[in-house]
Structures are given as structure tokens and as C-alpha cells.
Write a protein that binds this ligand. Structure first.
Ligand SMILES: Nc1ncnc2c1ncn2[C@@H]1O[C@H](COP(=O)(O)OP(=O)(O)OP(=O)(O)O)[C@@H](O)[C@H]1O
Ligand SMILES: [Mg+2]
Length: 256
């Protein structure tokens, strides 16, 4: 089995490459021959109806879920099955979930420094400096000594983004990062994500925020029943969807 692989087309190695990835949950074929390449600096928004496999797709990319067959490469390196190589490669893949998943009994600062200290062996002083830089960047530096529960949902989600960035990931995965937030907090998180995108971060984003998709995405990937059925630039996808399933999906968004 090849451990490294150069990308097709441009000749540049994709940051994420999924090659004929299949996964089942019992009888359910939840990922079907998934082929996806994400290049450096690219922002891919994954859309699709509930249950179409968007979260499962994200979770296979940092191996929170195993796959049955196919291959996943991060920056040319095949995802290792387990152990230290997996932990190292996982550090390359930042993930932000719908629920913020911060460590409840650690301060905001500690939430951000923990990964660099434990996984990367960074000295505390250096980790503190990095964390303060990132917390400043997402606009919550003044909250550093509080516990997560003392922050608003939007602030907590921005801390979760800072925590993921502290590992200096090659790609950031976002799985519906704003869907647990009150409406007034959605925009501040989306703004942080747009900034990240503008700074050139490679991102895979599952979201129902079509404004974000139009503004920040280079490409929309539409999933239905475990398969990628359509891929297009956002302006093309939203104005001229090709498949009936995508038309149906967009039609429901407009009427709801
Ligand atoms: N651990 C699991 N065991 C069995 N089935 C699962 C498991 N996780 C997800 N599924 C099923 O796999 C399918 C895809 O789920 P997934 O969470 O990936 O969908 P999704 O596109 O993210 O949906 P949503 O928009 O509701 O978040 C669903 O039918 C779901 O019920
Ligand atoms: Mg989901």
C-alpha cells in the first residue's frame, strides 16, 4: 500500500484526499464510493439533507469513525489505523463540532494550551503565548481565566476554534458549528470562520448557513443518501443545481 501519493490535476498534493471510501452501519451504506480532494487554501461546504452522511464523512477524515474500504490521505500521508502516528496525524486535522466540547473544569486559556502541551510537548510559557494570540484573534482574550460555562455559546464556539487552531492543523473541519447557537451569536462565529477562510485556511464545513456558503466557499459538495451527487461552485450550485435531489433540497430551503 502506498503511504504517500501526489495529487492529480494541478500536481499539488491535496490536503485531504478521499479515494473510493465506503462505510456501512450494519445494512446502511452510509458512505458510498466517496471521492473528494481538497486543495490547500480551499474552502469546501458540504450540504445535504439530514441523514445523508455529512457528519460521518467529517468524522472519517480524522478517524473518529473507521471506514470499510478505500483510502484517506492527509497531505499525502495515508491515515494510520491507530497509535502514535494516528495521534500525530490527527493533530493536522482540527475539528469543531455543533456542541462546543470544551473541557468544563479547565479555564478558557487551559482549554487552548492543553493540546499543544500534551500532544506537541510545547512548554507552558510558549503555549500560553500561542493561546493568547489565538484567543485575541477570535475575540475572547478577555475571557481567558473563566470556565466555559461562564461564556456565551458564541464565545465558547470561538474558543473551540482557537483550541483547534492551536494545534496548527493543515485542515479545519466544521460540523454545523452554528446550529446550537442562538441567532444573535451565529454571525460572530461565521465572521470568525470567514476570516479564517480569507487567511487561506483549508476548510471543510458542514453548515446550513447558505450565506456562508455563498460568501466563503470555493466549492459546494452536495450529498444525498451517502453519496456525493453534485459538486459545483456556489454560484452555480445555488442558481443552477443539476440533480433532482439538489433541486429538491434547495427548494425546501427556500420555502421553509
Ligand atoms: N453510530 C451510528 N450507528 C448507526 N447508524 C448511524 C450512526 N451514526 C450515524 N448513523 C446513520 O448514518 C446516517 C448518516 O448520518 P450522519 O450523521 O452522517 O448524517 P448527516 O448528514 O450529518 O445528518 P444531519 O444533517 O442530521 O446532521 C443516518 O441515517 C444515521 O442515522
Ligand atoms: Mg450531521
Amino acid at each position: 500500500m502506498k503511504e504517500t501519493q501526489s495529487g492529480s490535476g494541478s500536481g499539488e498534493t491535496p490536503v485531504v484526499r478521499m479515494d473510493k471510501v465506503n462505510k456501512h452501519y450494519g445494512a446502511l451504506h452510509v458512505l458510498q464510493d466517496i471521492e473528494l480532494e481538497v486543495t490547500r487554501g480551499e474552502v469546501v461546504v458540504v450540504l445535504g439533507p439530514s441523514g445523508s452522511g455529512k457528519s460521518t464523512l467529517c468524522r472519517t477524515i480524522n478517524r473518529l469513525e473507521t471506514i470499510d474500504d478505500g483510502d484517506i490521505y492527509i497531505d499525502g500521508t495515508r491515515l494510520p489505523a491507530e497509535g502514535k502516528p494516528l495521534a500525530q496525524l490527527r493533530a493536522d486535522v482540527g475539528m469543531v463540532f455543533q456542541s462546543f466540547n470544551l473541557f468544563a473544569h479547565k479555564s478558557i486559556l487551559e482549554n487552548v494550551t492543553l493540546g499543544p502541551i500534551k500532544v506537541k510537548g510545547m512548554k507552558k510559557a510558549e503555549a500560553d503565548k500561542l493561546a493568547m494570540k489565538l484567543l485575541t484573534r477570535v475575540g475572547v482574550a478577555n475571557q481567558k481565566d473563566k470556565l466555559p460555562a461562564q461564556l456565551s455559546g458564541g464565545q465558547q464556539q470561538r474558543v473551540a476554534i482557537a483550541r483547534a487552531l492551536a494545534m496548527k492543523p493543515k485542515v479545519m473541519l466544521f460540523d454545523e458549528p452554528t446550529s446550537a447557537l442562538d441567532p444573535e451569536m451565529i454571525q460572530e462565529v461565521l465572521d470568525t470562520m470567514v476570516e479564517l477562510a480569507e487567511e487561506g485556511m483549508t476548510m471543510i464545513v458542514v453548515t446550513h448557513e447558505m450565506g456562508f456558503a455563498r460568501k466563503a466557499a470555493h466549492r459546494v459538495v452536495f450529498m444525498s443518501d451517502g453519496a456525493i451527487v453534485e459538486e459545483a461552485k456556489p454560484e452555480d450550485f445555488f442558481t443552477n443545481p443539476q440533480s433532482d435531489r439538489a433541486k429538491d433540497f434547495l427548494g425546501k430551503l427556500i420555502t421553509n
